[in-house]
Design a protein around this ligand. Sequence first.
Ligand code: SAH
Length: 246
Amino acid sequence: MRGGLLALLIAFGGCRSKPAPAGEGRSEVTQRSFEREDERAQMISRQLETRGIDDPRVLAAMLAVPRHRFMPADVADRAYEDRPQPIGHDVTISQPYIVALMTQLAQVEAGETVLEVGTGSGYQAAVLAELGATVFTIERIGALARRAEATLRELGYTKVEVRHGDGYAGWVERAPFDAILLTAAPPSVPEALTDQLAVGGRLVAPVGRDRGWQQLVVIERSREGLVRERVLDVSFVPMLPGTTPE
Ligand code: SAH
């Protein structure tokens, strides 16, 4: 196993820091769940730190959120594998690394207001809430929005508000946002969303017309305008217009 881990370290350019020990650096946002915490600690050391996730707050949030609780019973066993998992309705919960990477790129601070487009299971929203942010999250599929809301409530995430709606319009009443995360891929970044970004705010999104691969981009709003940076190729479900009850 050592050899395998070493190969991973070499492949991804080195480990940045040790996993946060259980119970350290945690916020008071939720009633703690220690269920399957060993698996999360392993996920952090093998999947996240080896690939450059080095913000201790992000690592602590990934340790704190019980990912398996956001997944349907038939795939919950596989919650900590290094891959996305189906959550029904032709939708997937992102791979842990991608959730951590997008969270790290968004540079969310406690007390900030964050918009997520594509609630899905509610997992990414919970990770953002662990950082002390107030999270507004939009999901176009009614059944998923309802389930995510129930899961978040059950786990005690009181600073996350779920809306069943079309993320293309953003959430005007709650704008501007310090960070915006899109977890579904639009063909290009909707102007309605960059318009809702605060000065100094960051939007992190997979963007592209290709149904297979898109580019993960970070767009920052400075006083002068928008600055865009490409990060890497990713694969997300498409961001579709309109809403559906199921
Ligand atoms: N962040 C989720 C993963 C989401 S998968 C998690 O942590 O589990 C992407 C989600 O985006 C899907 O649930 C899909 O239904 C939703 N989606 C796609 N287009 C959308 C739109 N226009 N508005 C809101 N949600 C959308």
